[in-house]
Write a protein that binds this ligand. Sequence first.
Ligand code: GAL
Length: 488
Amino acid sequence: MMTMAFLSSSYREELTFPEGFGWGAATAAYQVEGGWDADGKGPNVWDTFTHQGGDRVFRNQTADVACGSYTLWGEDLKCIKQLGLTHYRFSLSWSRLLPDGTTGFINQKGIDYYNKMIDDLLANGVIPVVTLYHFDLPQHLEDQGGWKTGAIVEVFDAYAQFCFGTFGDRVKLWITINEPNTLALLAYDKGIFAPGVPNPGNRAYQTAHNMIKAHAKAWHSYDSLFRKKQNGQVSMSLFSPWVEPADPTSAADQEAAKGIMALALDLFAKPIFIDGDYPAVLKSQVAAMSKKQGYPSSRLPEFTEEEKRMIKGSADFFAIQYYTACLAKHQEYSEGELNILKDINTEVFPDPSWKVSQPGSWISVTPWSIRKLLKYIKDLYNNPVIYITENGFPQGDPAPLDDTQRWEYIRQTIQELYKVTAIHLDKVSLQLYCVWSLLDNFEWTQGYSSRFGLYKIDFEDSALPQVPYKSAMEYAKVIQSNGVKRPL
Ligand code: GAL
């Protein structure tokens, strides 16, 4: 009944997507679940980071309670059904399942929670897309060196095998690691995300290296031990901006734009989708800069031949997360400055003429750019099947329920995706689009000040009620008709 009332306003579909196109929404465990120490869950790096305070997160907020999804899953499910989602992407809290990160101790309550989510989704015809790890490394593993050490590769693989074995009879779409590129930059290079220790110019490469190997190992475990029986697909989701040269007539700025795409996306995608190795341009530039700085070898580690063979081809689809475009400009830096952007002599910034989603936001309103990014992936990565596992637009707090500006961004994005998938236009094999996010939630360092949800949450009310924004109602119509309205 609720769904019918929700869809009752008249809607005329004009741009129809290919049959079977997936329409989803995404969340992540730490951002929505709360229950940070409930029922035997172990602490993760974000629990520690937020509990330490120190003004690294807006108003020192934490996700101890967040949207309360650990106890209010039934309410989340109502939103999912009201929207009519075909897919729901969520992540497993590693330390809820394995409190110290290892399979030495398994928390049955954690298994029960995710079993219920998965079973409820399937009972309602919604396909679960499950991320194994979305920024919330178990604290115990961090204490042992975390992503900085090669030992994590085996530990992650054991966790992945445990999840495939426990949930893989029903989960057919897996993401191993969410945005390893964001994590490498924000957590380990800049140190503004948990665990919060900056180490510019070194740690991003070191942790990226281990994350790529961990992903590839888990993919091979799925391939050899589970695929035949479970018949699912496994990939890693990568963040990417779309980068344009600041001065399109400048050859140096054109190279700078390519350099940022290489650093942000190709550093991960080329090894996995092409040949097991990093882009040559980055290898040579980081090696040259490292040499000038007196390092005995490049700060960008090398894969062995055996590792290259393991990494090459270790993904069943291309999962991309896209928010915004930016400009790149060539900028010469002295070798005294250690920073991964400086390794490629580039500066990035938004075009001042672009609107921003909310004051101070890193997201410029550039829905046109998603088409360019998807064509880039199609051309460079041999026309893979692509899933957009996140795309969204934040509002400030208080966020109006009539979020017309935001819906216009999402609507225009979907209109671009129509061109991307259209058989008479780009013919990109795009099969799924997920909005970030189902619910307003804990937006990392911005706490609850940045609202990405299709549903508004009143975090001041202990019942944590969920109310649809206008975008939710409009998105439901798109899903219902498998298409989007062209503007008049
Ligand atoms: C992504 C991240 C999400 C969410 C989103 C909006 O990078 O995977 O967890 O925070 O950005 O900023």
